[in-house]
Design a binder for this molecule. Structure first.
Ligand code: ADP
Ligand code: MG
Length: 207
């Protein structure tokens, strides 16, 4: 399978994973938010899946940008513009590419994290998706620098991502809707950190 076909395949699998975890993600959003994270993302990825049919033969950058635009235009909640810009900016970083190596993937992930930070104005330890993304990207870079193969890099990323998601239980949210509940949010895992971990896990499982 060519890398652009593989990108489409992975995006479709992410959509399936989100659909499968929709109720769980929505439940996580209940105590600290408005019970819609799973619903939001499932709607977004359904739109992504429909759009992918139009970019079957395009480069990886175009595929990711198309996915990002579909998310921005169909997801009402905060996660839509955040994940939407992440996928769009990752697409811009991989513009024109029909093959992708670990260096490209990590560069794309860096750009995705930057996009979320720029759009949401959050930093580490504010109980958002960034608390999964930042440690995951750091762990993947470290594993890659030590010469790990793609599967091992992704495994290290997933471990760090899930640990980061778990750690959001100890954090008081200061950004987004969860900031309204303040300390009552303690003990609850952030839905966005969880959905990101599911996305990365899907990438790992597709390798
Ligand atoms: P909404 O909060 O508008 O209902 P969702 O429920 O779909 O949107 O998404 C909530 C998730 O979005 C949170 O769990 C958190 O991970 C993420 N999030 C919210 N605000 C920010 C922000 N400013 N920066 C990064 N991530 C954020
Ligand atoms: Mg919500």
């Amino acid at each position: 399978m060519t890398d652009n076909k593989k990108t489409i395949f992975i995006l479709q699998k992410i959509g399936e994973k989100i659909e499968e975890q929709k109720d769980y993600l929505t439940e996580l959003d209940q105590p600290i938010g408005d019970s819609d994270h799973g619903i939001n993302l499932a709607r977004g990825f359904k739109a992504v899946s429909e759009k992918l049919a139009t970019v079957q033969d395009k480069d990886i950058g175009t595929i990711l940008k198309t996915a990002g635009m579909a998310l921005v235009s169909t997801v009402g909640g905060a996660s839509g513009p955040l994940y939407g810009s992440a996928y769009m900016k990752m697409g811009m970083a991989l513009n024109g590419k029909t093959e992708i190596g670990m260096d490209d993937f990590l560069k794309g992930m860096d750009t995705a994290v930057e996009a979320v930070m720029q759009r949401g104005k959050a930093v580490a330890e504010e109980a958002t998706m960034l608390d999964a993304m930042l440690p995951a990207v750091a762990a993947m870079k470290e594993a890659a620098a030590q010469g790990a193969d793609a599967k091992a890099v992704l495994e290290a990323g997933c471990r760090a991502s899930w640990a980061g998601a778990e750690h959001t239980k100890d954090l008081v949210a200061t950004k987004g809707r969860a900031s309204y509940v303040g300390e009552r949010g303690l003990g609850h895992q952030d839905p966005g950190a969880t959905s990101f971990s599911f996305m990365l896990e899907t990438v790992k499982d597709c390798l």
